[in-house]
Design a protein around this ligand. Structure first.
Ligand code: HEM
Length: 337
């Protein structure tokens, strides 16, 4: 569900389209099938990368599959660009492709179709699953800590008051400090890119007594840094309160690095904070959430927080919850009827 939401959100920005919840569309089906393949391959490393002889043994099948997928993805993105170029679909020219096509007119040598397709691809790959898994970890943490969920809900209710309106991104989100701390604490314990993205040293240097030669592949283990008991008090406990006062050195609490640091830090951090913040706030505001109790369980158990493997760090066991609408949703439905 969270992945459908983040894909729809991203495709609305990119091309003004929704593909999830639009099952009747053949184009939507094709997109969804392709994204399942892309995400599957994105998380898998090929053994042949480490032992090239395996590529020969497999007759190059793996590489051919990837090449085929890459061609289909390329054709798909080209069609999106061509559609916007022809002006089909919504014609208010506000999608990302519209803006890039208008830049193509003034700087054709830089904003080629190839560059535009590269931007679309990185937004789909880097900007969807990362936010979706963060939402799943956040909800799991909240359900395992009902007192934190209650505190987040009280903050939202106090901010919105009796007005019976939905959380607003501009009016409310910046004032929901506790909710922001819930998100930061989720990203500390469950960073969706636990090893960030591989970097390469541009020159020799020494760090922490280790000599690192030029051109070495460097992986930063943010997951381990975020749980280091020398850095964080009660390091493995979920405590959003630790960030009260904003976090950062001057407040006595270190700052986690789920989006990396420096020149190559995540350029989508601001967007991610908004998407995750607004979605989480709306889910808490509109529904009462409960864990699913299996038939063979005597009493409610904690949600399993084991990590699975993948490009972005998923839950090993996908989250399942029950929900009941809160009065605001019932009010909205009555008004809409
Ligand atoms: C919770 C959500 C997200 C997390 C945790 C996250 C995390 C990261 C991390 C750790 C990196 C690598 C930084 C480094 O190695 O120093 C990265 C890179 C990147 N992210 Fe995100 N990201 C998120 C959402 C997004 C979104 C929404 C977008 C786009 C709309 C995005 C676009 C990118 C791009 C393009 C890069 C590559 C930047 C470069 O290589 O210069 N990310 N992200």
């Amino acid at each position: 569900m969270f992945q459908d939401l983040t894909f729809n959100n991203m495709m609305r920005m990119i091309a003004g389209k929704r593909y999830y919840g639009e099952d009747q569309l053949e184009e939507a089906e094709r997109f969804k099938e392709m994204m399942v393949e892309v995400m599957g391959y994105a998380g898998a490393s090929s053994n042949a990368d480490f032992l090239p002889v395996l590529n020969w043994l497999d007759g190059g099948r793996f590489e051919r599959k990837l090449a085929g997928l890459s061609r289909r993805l390329d054709e798909f993105m080209q069609r999106l660009i061509d559609e916007r170029r022809r002006g089909s679909g919504s014609n208010d020219n506000t999608t990302m492709i519209d803006h890039l096509l208008s830049l193509q007119k003034s700087q054709p040598e830089y904003y080629s179709d190839q560059i535009i397709k590269g931007i679309i691809q990185i937004m789909l790959l880097a900007g969807t699953d990362t936010s979706a898994v963060t939402l799943e970890w956040a909800m799991s943490n909240l359900l395992n800590h009902p007192e934190i969920l209650r505190k987040a809900r009280d903050e939202i209710d106090a901010q919105i008051g009796e007005e019976g309106r939905m959380v607003d991104e501009v009016l409310d989100l910046p004032k929901l400090h506790y909710l922001q701390n819930v998100i930061t604490e989720t990203l500390r314990l469950y960073p969706s890119a636990p090893l960030l993205v591989p970097h390469s040293s541009s020159r020799d240097f020494t760090l922490g007594g280790y000599h690192v030669p030029r051109n070495t592949m460097l992986l930063v283990n943010a997951w381990a840094i975020h749980r280091d008991p020398r850095v964080w008090a009660d390091s493995t406990s979920f405590k959003p309160e630790r960030f009260e006062g904003g976090g950062g050195d001057e407040h006595g609490c270190p700052k986690p690095i789920p989006f990396g640091m420096g020149r190559r830090a995540c350029p989508g951090a601001g967007l991610a904070q908004r998407v995750v913040g607004l979605t989480l706030a709306s889910l808490i505001q509109c529904f009462e959430w409960e864990k699913v109790v299996e038939e063979d369980e005597e009493e409610e158990e904690d949600i399993d927080m084991a990590e699975g493997t993948g490009l972005t760090m998923p839950k090993l066991i996908p989250l399942q919850l029950n929900c009941r609408p809160r009065p605001i949703i019932i009010h909205k439905l009555v008004l809409a009827a």
